[in-house]
Write a protein that binds this ligand. Structure first.
Ligand code: G3I
Length: 374
């Protein structure tokens, strides 16, 4: 009898939740006509293994990015081995749900196996060999998803904090034209795909200047570049509204579309003086950097809520230039921010909590959307 009552109770709860969700407008509907809204997905979300989060993705977002499965390491671990299984499932999920599908990322200094830059003896390969490897990788990966992946992050994080090109094996072996070559190969493999340069901290002036200079050079050379992805791994106080507005405006003046590609809001104390999203940096664990392990004080929840609404107000004041806003994950439990730069912290960077329940910030973001004429 008690079991029966529990079952009925659960059934009523599920029905009420579904009804409740049905009445609440989604992120994608709230910003329809201004920009797409999306999330980066892990395999559990696009294969349906995490049914709860898959349902959130379908209900809330109209664009998706792959958190890891299209990086060079997972997809092309050995010279003659490509693992397309998960990437194929990612693309199929996007197509089945009529979503704008993003490919992330073709050329990056992280998650690229050592063999790419070395010969059989472990010495650096020549410019010619590396260009050949780059061309073959891009042709194979972009070619496979031609007409299905709508936009590629062609080069990722190529500018350093001081505005110079980042010193990576790509730059050291090929030279600065590795960037235009990557765009050239991607355009050849899928002439209709949108092709973007993606980076973090362009809100900082020195880095932004370098990025703008790079875009100018690429345009002068006739490179097919659609836009610039701003990762926007933010905290409560970085970046400021002025910094965000200036970045979007200056890129817009160069004719660039701007995509917010990896948005999250970190609320934990930072061990760094200056903000960074460099995944190679690691810091030892220390409880003083993990103050909300057993829950978030209401005052901080409120700060997060205001911060998210403010960010979306800023982005939507640039409708037309900003074409997409993608969150780097779905719920707090999956975020990379729990393990970077310190492993095992409890962070609160997204719009759904650790139990995949909407946070007050979700509603605040939806309410911050520009009002549509009735
Ligand atoms: O592939 C192994 C897997 O076999 C193993 O079971 C698992 C257990 O730890 O580790 C797996 O690899 C991890 C991978 O994520 C998948 O979970 C890597 O160690 C880990 O370094 C990797 O981190 C990703 C990071 O990029 C580096 O690729 C994060 O999930 C991902 O959120 C992060 O995303 C980057 C963007 O691509 C670029 N911009 C910055 C952003 C945040 O760093």
């Amino acid at each position: 009898m008690r079991l029966h009552r529990n079952l009925v109770g659960s059934f009523v709860f599920v029905c009420l939740s579904v009804l409740g969700n049905a009445q609440q407008p989604s992120l994608k509907d709230a910003y329809n006509g201004c920009f797409l809204v999306g999330a980066a997905l892990n395999p559990a979300q696009f294969t349906g293994q995490d049914a709860e989060e898959t349902a959130i993705v379908k209900a809330q977002f109209n664009t998706i990015s792959p958190e890891n499965v299209l990086e060079w390491g997972p997809i092309h671990p050995q010279p003659h081995t490509y693992n397309f299984g998960l990437a194929d499932q990612y693309v199929e999920f996007g197509q089945q749900n009529h979503m704008f599908i993003v490919g992330h990322t073709l050329i990056w200094h992280n998650q690229t196996p050592k063999w790419v830059f070395q010969d059989e003896k472990g010495n650096p390969v020549s410019r010619k060999v590396l260009l050949k490897r780059m061309r073959e990788h891009i042709k194979t990966v972009v070619g496979r998803y031609k007409g299905r992946i709508n936009a590629w992050d062609v080069v990722n994080e190529v500018v350093d904090e001081d505005g110079t090109l980042r010193q990576t094996p790509w730059l050291k072996i090929i030279g600065p034209d590795y960037i235009e070559k990557a765009f050239e190969y991607a355009h050849k493999a899928d002439p209709k795909a949108q092709l973007n340069y993606n980076d973090y901290n362009l809100e900082n002036e020195a880095k932004r200047k370098g990025a703008l200079e790079l875009v100018r050079k690429l345009k002068t050379k006739g490179v097919h570049i659609t836009g610039v992805g701003l990762q926007d791994h933010f905290s409560l106080d970085f970046a400021t509204a002025d910094q965000i507005n200036a970045t979007i405006e200056e890129l817009g003046k160069l004719g660039m579309k701007v995509m917010i590609t990896e948005l999250d809001v970190d609320v934990l104390p930072s061990p760094f003086q200056d903000p960074t999203a460099d995944v190679s940096v690691k810091v030892a664990s220390n409880p003083k950097y993990n103050p909300y392990a057993s829950g978030l004080p209401e005052a901080v929840q409120q700060q997060i809520t205001n911060r998210w609404a403010d960010l979306f107000r800023i982005y939507s004041s640039h409708c037309g230039v900003v074409t997409r806003v993608t969150l780097w994950g779905v719920s707090d439990k999956d975020s990379w921010k729990n393990d970077w730069p310190i492993r095992g912290r409890t962070n609160y960077p997204l719009l759904f909590d650790r139990n995949a329940q909407p946070k007050p910030a979700l509603n605040a973001v939806i309410e911050a959307a520009p009002k549509k004429p009735s």
